[in-house]
Design a protein around this ligand. Sequence first.
Ligand SMILES: *[C@@H]1O[C@H](CO)[C@@H](O)[C@H](O)[C@H]1NC(C)=O
Ligand SMILES: *[C@@H]1O[C@H](CO)[C@@H](O)[C@H](O)[C@H]1NC(C)=O
Length: 260
Amino acid sequence: MPFLDWFLYHSVAMWLLLQSFILMAFCFHSATTFPKGCYPSTEDGFKTFRCSKAQLTAIPKDIPNDTNKLYLDYNQISFLPNDAFQNLPLLAELDLSHNVISRLEIGAFRGLSESLHLLDLSSNKLVSVNKEVFNSLKAKANLSSNPWLCDCTFQQLIERVELVAGTSDGIICDASARKEHIGKPFLQLVGDIDFCNIYKKTTDIAMLVTMFGWFAMVISYLIYYVRQNQEDARRHLEYLKSLPSKQKKSEESSTISTVV
Ligand SMILES: *[C@@H]1O[C@H](CO)[C@@H](O)[C@H](O)[C@H]1NC(C)=O
Ligand SMILES: *[C@@H]1O[C@H](CO)[C@@H](O)[C@H](O)[C@H]1NC(C)=O
């Protein structure tokens, strides 16, 4: 029967169409629940959220608040604002490596002080970071492969942060007040020089120079004074030497007078 065939054919087509609509709606739904390019999983019992290579330019919103491990590596994130991870009280590992992060606000990791164990900031564009960013953070950090400016601020940061074992040689000075430091691992330099005392040393030298100046002035005045007195003493001596001859003269004159 041609009609039954037609009907069957179309109902099957309709059914397939309906199914694909349901599937599409489901896909759209899950796509709006999680940020694009991100997916959750459970790895070794840890709630993991992976957004690697997702072309993100900022920290995505709607990360599940029970996430233990968060992978945001290989994206284009350039800035971490205050409280960037505030709603993740169970976060233990945070991978931000291979981004273009150049700026961190002081409270970027606020709220992670108790939970976070591992923080990967390697392979970014960090030049200088205030040590207060790591305040009360207990996490070990990988800070290698960044264009660090090696100065007192950086020394204070390194003193504050516990580095992941074996990552210290990857912390290279990209800029420094002294050219000979550029390209060298920072931790090999800190053994010999104190980046926070260079300034103090220059003020010490300035003090020394000033003191020497004063000292030289006092000494030269003393020399002048002694010379002047010597002159006076010599003149006085000459005067005294000249006295007996005068006396003789006067004696002579007196004898003359007595003779007269
Ligand atoms: C996550 O958010 C839900 C709903 O706001 C809340 O009930 C739950 O306690 C939060 N979980 C954690 C680990 O904070
Ligand atoms: C630290 O970061 C560097 C550069 O991204 C990477 O090669 C290295 O494997 C990391 N080390 C650890 C222990 O995670």
